[in-house]
Design a protein around this ligand. Structure first.
Ligand SMILES: Cc1cc2nc3c(=O)[nH]c(=O)nc-3n(C[C@H](O)[C@H](O)[C@H](O)COP(=O)(O)O)c2cc1C
Length: 367
């Protein structure tokens, strides 16, 4: 069925078809009974899939990655597709248009996307209005970034402002310092800049926790284009500043396995199948350095239960999908959940979390 829908959607420019698909889904979900029906078709309600990360209970570990619902205008519709959680954003403090079109490309042969959207955002105030209107049918992460016009020296101000604004409504907040499409953003990942940013945000989190009497975890999202030393440095900062999670990874500026592909020359972040192995490698490196003390959210090129399992055994406690969802359609969540349940049963475990822990210890013993 989705093949048919996809063949129609893929006739349009990529960004336009994303818009059409989301608008259609929102429209369908406004019809009474449809969200419930979609949940029955696409959701997998099984207690064995419950996943606990950052003190939050996710009904299943398959979440939507940041970037698809940047403005929080399709929250209910997306939850109806069975996601265990949704990460909204990236939202910037002030509204901004992002880069000029054309800025999103499908590389169909490789099941990949290249985007240079550059944080188009309605801004934090309109974003929060949208989210308040939709309510929260499940766990919601809010991914925050700085405005393009904000110099890196002042970036802390943007992130602190956003953290304050979303604190009351987010289940967790993500500091995005890894998008390749905002000039110099990724320089915020270097030791000195990231140290200052994490210190300021952790202090703010403590203050907000006191005044609002609620603890909202803070995660940082990193790039796949870092070398091993940089990854270890970031892991050490995460431990030093007691971050609550790390998300690995954002899209890549590399073009692995895409020799001879004309679209590879388009500037922007590559996501999907060609990113899969690199993002798993980053998760593995992080897991080794963090020694299980900080949860890892794994994202990059997941399009099957096997891909999800591979990331979980490498160290991911929760997974996210974006490009795979565009290519495989809404049944992807159900397919991954069912595959993970099969793995759980095959391992003789009662829960997926047990099965993953078991598989990781097996990997350690083999080393
Ligand atoms: C069109 C597009 C827009 C994205 N926008 C964001 C964003 O605003 N913030 C962010 O942190 N990641 C963004 N991402 C990155 C994804 O969240 C994800 O980290 C990356 O695509 C790898 O996962 P995937 O291979 O499943 O797509 C975007 C990805 C795509 C394809």
């Amino acid at each position: 069925m989705y093949r048919l829908v996809r063949s129609v959607l893929f006739r349009f420019d990529a960004e336009r078809s994303h818009r059409i698909a989301l608008r259609t889904l929102r429209w369908l979900c406004a019809i009474p009974g449809v969200p419930l029906l979609l949940r029955l078709v696409y959701g997998v309600a099984n207690p064995a899939l419950k996943t606990h990360v950052m003190g939050i209970e996710f009904p299943n570990p398959v979440c939507l990655a940041a970037g698809l619902d940047k403005n929080a205008d399709s929250v209910r519709a997306l939850f109806a597709l069975g996601f265990g959680g949704i990460e909204l954003g990236t939202v910037t403090p002030e509204p901004q248009p992002g880069n000029p079109p054309k800025r999103l490309f499908r590389v169909t042969r490789h099941h990949a996307l290249i985007n240079r959207l550059g944080f188009p955002s309605v801004g934090i105030d309109a974003f929060l209005e949208n989210l308040r209107r939709s309510g929260k049918p499940g766990p919601i992460g809010i991914n925050v970034g700085k405005n393009r016009s904000t110099a890196n020296e002042n970036a802390v101000t943007d992130y602190v402002r956003s953290l304050r604004a979303v604190y009351a409504i987010a289940d967790y907040v993500v500091i995005n310092v890894s998008s390749p499409n905002t000039p110099q953003l990724r320089a915020l990942q270097n030791r000195e800049n990231l140290g200052a940013l994490l210190l300021a945000l952790k202090n703010e989190q403590v203050e907000l926790g006191k005044t609002r009497s609620v603890f909202v975890p803070l995660a940082v999202k990193i790039s796949p284009d870092l070398n091993d030393e940089q990854i270890n440095d970031i892991a050490d900062l995460i431990l030093e500043h007691k971050l609550d999670a790390v998300i690995a990874t954002n899209s890549t500026v590399e073009r692995p396995g895409m020799e001879g592909e004309l679209l590879a020359a388009e500037a922007g972040g590559l996501s999907g199948r060609p990113l899969k192995d690199r993002s798993t490698e980053v998760i593995r490196l992080l897991y080794r350095r963090l020694r299980g003390q900080v949860p890892i959210v794994g994202v990059g090129g997941i399009e099957s239960a096997d891909d999800a399992w591979e990331k979980m055994v490498a160290g991911a406690d929760l997974i996210q999908v974006y490009t795979g969802f565009i290519y495989q359609g809404p049944a992807l969540v159900r397919r991954i959940c069912r595959g993970l349940l099969r793995r759980t049963r095959a391992a003789g475990c009662n829960t997926l979390e047990e099965a993953v822990a078991h598989a990781r210890s097996g990997v350690r013993m083999m080393r």
